[in-house]
Design a binder for this molecule. Structure first.
Ligand code: TXA
Ligand code: MG
Length: 342
């Protein structure tokens, strides 16, 4: 395939034409970059799985430019209407009953539900509106790798495999949307994100099931994506609790190779690590850490001299649960205390 283009906002018509002819276009959102194809063009949707190397039983989110577009493929119930009013455009994906004969099983992975989301990005909503096509959009990374938060991350993973990337700079939130299942008796969060279960309960006035289920590979999963290894660089990643940093840094400094450290600015200052090239700042708090997590993992992934990366876990609050969830997956659940015990 021809070279992958990086398009700026004024080149939007080129991206619109690419979608209309059934090609793949990566698009910016407030969370991470998505890999777009016309949700009603099955051949185009099939190319998404191939480009990402994604298992085809893992269904895709359909991105819309306006709430009314969801009627074209899903049953919009009262809960969904309330949540659309409260949070769209924004980082909330809703699982709804699919309307038979609309989007295909290539989109839904054969489920009788479909995921819908209206992203908070003007350029991407213009793309959807002008192509007159809701877009499927998994994160635009190679399957299993950290999600892309810049156009350059997308290019790194997918150049030569997609027509182009609509570039709108670094994404604001940095971790993927909250996924809420509204297709059963009780709303259930299937993937934590910026919008918390408490915020959803406040709008719906009903209890939300927020216990994220960890599924084994041979179980039928509720959020199919949960069963695959995710967000994983080719490095050994360990989580570090706040009280373990002093010991963790002593351990790191005793190694022959540089150990990557991803931590907040207060810790960088406290341990006099400012300016060190094996240090990646997560900024000042849980929100900035979420925005910088995947970029940091990718930075160390490309560093040939680094084999081990230590990353700060955030205090476990509802607001930090998306960050801690993604970090937990990147690290395979490993804590630095395993190294200190040796
Ligand atoms: O923030 C986001 O949601 C980003 C941006 C690009 O919008 N997209 C994203 O898509 O993260 P993806 O495909 O990487 O993750 C979608 C998740 C997967 O875990 C998938 O299994 C789940 O949503 N999902 C999709 N359709 C579903 C359905 N009908 N029932 C249950 N889970 C579903
Ligand atoms: Mg993904």
């Amino acid at each position: 395939m021809a070279e992958t283009k990086i398009w700026s906002a004024d080149e939007l018509p080129a991206a619109v034409r690419a979608i209309k002819r059934g090609s793949l276009v990566a698009f910016p959102t407030e969370t991470v970059y998505g890999l777009g194809a016309d949700a009603f063009n099955d051949t185009a949707v099939g190319k998404v799985y191939a480009a990402k190397g994604r298992p085809s039983d893992n269904p895709l989110i359909v991105h819309v430019s306006d709430p009314e577009q969801v009627d074209r493929f899903a049953e919009v119930n009262d809960w969904a209407k309330k949540l659309m009013d409260a949070f769209w455009p924004g980082p909330l994906t809703m699982i709804l009953p699919v309307k038979p004969g609309t989007v295909s099983t290539t989109v839904t992975g054969g489920l009788d539900t479909v995921a819908a989301r209206m992203p908070d990005n003007d350029l991407t909503r213009a793309l959807i509106r002008e192509a007159d096509a809701p877009l499927v959009g998994p994160s635009a990374n190679t399957s299993g790798k950290p999600s892309p938060t810049t156009a350059q991350h997308v290019y790194h993973d997918l150049h030569g495999k997609i027509a182009g990337i609509l570039d709108d700079g670094a994404t604001k939130i940095g971790v993927e949307s909250t996924v809420i299942d509204l297709s059963t008796d009780q709303p259930a969060v299937l993937r934590p994100g910026k919008i918390t279960p408490g915020q959803i309960e406040d709008v719906l006035g009903v209890a939300v099931d927020s216990e994220i289920r960890h599924v084994d590979a041979d179980e039928a999963p509720k959020a199919p994506g949960m069963k695959y290894r995710h967000y994983a660089p080719d490095k050994d990643v360990y989580m570090v609790a706040p009280e373990d940093w002093t010991q963790a840094i002593i351990w790191a400094q005793g190694q022959l190779e540089p150990v990557g450290l991803m931590l907040t600015n207060d810790l960088i200052i406290q341990h006099q690590l400012a300016g060190m090239d094996f240090v990646w700042s997560l900024g000042d708090n849980g929100d900035t850490a979420a925005a910088k997590l995947f970029a940091g993992l990718r930075y160390f992934d490309d560093r040939k001299d680094v084999r081990t990366v230590l990353v700060a876990a955030m205090p476990s609050t509802p607001e930090n649960s998306a960050y801690n969830n993604r970090l937990g997956k990147s690290s395979g659940g490993h804590w630095v205390t395993e190294l200190l015990a040796d």
